[in-house]
Design a protein. Structure first.
Length: 461
């Protein structure tokens, strides 16, 4: 039986008590004052004394009072039960309101907010069916969205707090260059006394790396990168006017540990009020790889202007030979259905003092103080989700590298170099913990590698 509302039950008690009292007094009045019916014998005159009649009426009133008290107790019990049900409903509403919501597609790229009306119903906790409000369609559980295909070294999304990302990667780069060198002097224009050295160089570079990223907090992550470098160069040259009609080929190789890198990134804002997500970063590069000054150079006297030797290293270095520090600022702006991202960075290279290099026959050539040029970097890109597993990215990366200085003076022939690459990327989510990223880069300037292929497979734990 459905319990009555407490207010309705109170009204019923009042009515019942009123009717009970009215009935008792009416019965008493009718007993004492009702006229005899026609043809009927008049009732016998009561022989009870007035005190006895009052005692009967008092017993009736007491009985009615007991019924009223019972009804009042029932009302109190119903009121307590009603309050208990109300408290349970309030607790359920608070629990539903605090249930976390799985991120949407925009939130997968930085954490966009979810509308209140789109909050899904809480999952059942007792193995029963999912609670659904009458007249409202159940909210569909969103599938994990495809991540943005990574184009640049800096990732677009930070690692969640307490999670670890292990990312093996492999990069291949190919570059070629042609150079014509004039070794001699001119008497009058178009008449050269000396040699013309025509060179064509082809370089192949493989870089395998193991990268680990740890989410320290919800806004900060740490990164460590361990690279391994394998290089091979082929230089084709011919010295004109020497009577030789055959090209000379000089092959050289090198492999080993590269320069170990460590980085820290921190999210600066929450990306609200139309602002993009801003992430500041700091990257430090060591010189654990074999630097250019520790390999033997095929140079006897040519390095000082003569024509013997090739001037090329007999073994290729695997590191830059200098420490560097790179602060950066990365931004991410999710919009449906695309995500725009980019960043700016500045690389400061620390100089070295008393640098020397080894040439053939164990000789050493002193170079003095060497300071490589610093570099400004800028990158812009856009990511577009193709479906719930794959996405496509397009971007451009620019670098401006300053000239190298030796003993406080700019090295002869060293100028500011402009590097530019056009990058295309594709990402495929294999499962909830791993993603495959493939990017292709094409050089837009003569000093940029002609082709760059990069494969990344991050695993999340």
């Amino acid at each position: 039986m459905t319990p009555l509302h407490p207010h309705k039950l109170r009204a019923l008690v009042v009515v019942c008590s009123s009717l009970a009292c009215a009935g008792a007094f009416a019965q008493s009045e009718s007993t004492t004052n009702s006229p005899p019916k026609s043809g009927a014998k008049p009732p016998a005159k009561s022989t009870r004394p007035p005190a006895a009649r009052e005692s009967v009426l008092q017993r009736q009133v007491n009985a009615q009072g007991q019924q009223i008290e019972a009804l009042k107790k029932q009302v109190a019990d119903q009121d307590a039960r009603y309050r208990e049900l109300q408290e349970r409903l309030d607790k359920d509403a608070a629990r539903i309101a605090s249930t976390p919501v799985r991120p949407s597609a925009a939130a997968a790229f930085g954490g966009a907010a979810v509308a209140d009306g789109a909050r899904p119903a809480p999952a059942p906790t007792d193995g029963g069916e999912r609670p659904v409000r009458v007249g409202v369609a159940p909210a569909a559980t969103p599938e994990p969205q495809a991540p943005v295909a990574q184009l640049f070294d800096e990732p677009s999304v930070l690692t969640p707090r307490g999670h670890f990302v292990f990312e093996p990667s492999l990069q291949y780069g190919y570059s070629s260059s042609n150079r014509v060198a004039l070794v001699g002097y001119t008497v009058i224009p178009a008449i050269l006394i000396g040699l013309i050295d025509v060179r064509e160089q082809k370089s192949n570079t493989f870089i395998g790396a193991l990268t680990g990223r740890w989410g320290v907090t919800s806004r900060m992550e740490l990164e460590l990168k361990l690279p391994y470098v394998a290089r091979s160069d082929a230089t084709v040259s011919r010295e004109v006017f020497t009577g030789s009609a055959q090209d000379n080929v000089f092959n050289t190789k090198g492999n080993g540990i590269g320069d170990v890198e460590a980085a820290m990134r921190y999210q600066l804002n929450a990306g609200k009020d139309g602002w993009p997500y801003l992430v500041g970063g700091l990257r430090f590069k060591s010189r654990t790889g074999k630097d250019p000054f520790s390999v033997v150079t095929d140079c006897v006297t040519r390095c000082v202007g003569n024509t013997t030797g090739t001037g090329l290293p007999t073994e290729l270095p695997t590191g830059s030979g200098f420490y560097s520090l790179q602060p950066s600022l990365t931004w991410l702006f999710p919009t449906d259905p695309a995500v725009f991202f980019g960043g700016i960075n500045y690389t400061y290279n620390f100089g070295r003092n008393n640098v020397s290099r080894t040439v053939l026959n164990g000789q050493t050539e002193q170079l003095g103080d060497v300071k490589p040029g610093n570099a400004w970097g800028l990158n812009l890109g856009m990511g577009l989700a193709l479906n719930d597993r794959s996405s496509f990215s397009l971007g451009v990366e620019l670098y401006s590298v300053g000239p190298t200085q030796q003993n406080g003076q700019t090295v002869a022939g060293s100028v500011r170099t402009q590097l530019a690459s056009l990058l295309l990327g594709y990402s495929y989510r294999m499962n909830d913990r791993s993603t495959m990223n493939l990017s292709v880069g094409a050089g837009l300037t003569r000093d940029t590698p002609d082709l760059t292929l990069t494969m990344r497979v991050p695993f999340s734990f």
